[in-house]
Design a protein around this ligand. Sequence first.
Ligand code: UDP
Length: 322
Amino acid sequence: MRVLITGGAGFLGSHLSDAFIARGDEVYVLDTGSIVKVRHLLSKAGFHYVHDTIFNLELLDGLAAKVDLIYHLAAVVGVEHYVADPYETLNVNVNGTQNMLKAAYKYNKRVVFGSTSEVYGRNPKVPWSERDDRVLGATTVDRWCYSTSKAVGEHFCFAYHKMGLPVVVLRFFNVYGPRLDRLDVGRVFTIFMGQLLRGADLTVVGDGTQTRCFTYISDVVEAMVQAGLRPEADGEAINVGTEVETSILDFARLMVKLYGPNKSEIKLVSQEQIYGPSYEDIPRRVPDTTKMRTLLGVKPKVSLEQGLKLTIEWFENAQARG
Ligand code: UDP
């Protein structure tokens, strides 16, 4: 099988590329970013790296014609990006997605769209099932543009599905693992990891009682592969995550414990210190994973402790390698 992965040089995409190459499939990665995360694949038979954008329509057309399955993961992600550059977030996540869907529709190629648990916003009723409401703040607050951009992408997916395109929407919940970047910025794992490596204190926002369901990358990749292969997932939005809820304070404590050298302590900081004045945290984020289990046949296997051990070890080795 031939698989196109837009954004395939990113965190999710590079692991997904590994999985398809391991299955013996051919992989085309389309990405504007650095090749660091897929460098190990460049010499593998069947791996193709195309350094270009999803705004190159001619290229998209050619790739869509060539492959059997498309993962659309190319997106602007990460709080630091969508607060700093809302235009780019909206442009890439909305217009870029539309470009990909248009090309896929022309050749009737199955699409798996990488969406996010952010689409639910701050809906206080957890766990969230896929039909639950989106509860968002005002459009004058940039923080919500990412959620909205991904939701518009989803609407396009469902619109194309109505016109006959096989398409699956996956909503990821706090995925972590080796290669997640960037240290010291971005997501809570990478911020804490950077702090541990520097022997700095871990900055827990607020009182640390806010929760997330941290999901290890190998469990997510399994769900992604199944979403690409199973026709029963067509036209569906599916949460991809674990239902195990962890407070950020416990998450920080576990990271400190697993890292070992114990030079870091936990420091409570205000939300403003980390994100500035216009950010709103989500108090709880928990998926209902019934559809992932029934439609994709996937049940997360890696516990937070196991996954964090593997990930911390990877980052320590990466630091040692420079
Ligand atoms: N967080 C924290 N300390 C930090 C960075 C983040 O306590 O230095 C918290 C943040 O307030 C949020 C949680 O960690 O409640 C997860 O944040 P992240 O940016 O990883 O992703 P989110 O799940 O909010 O999209």
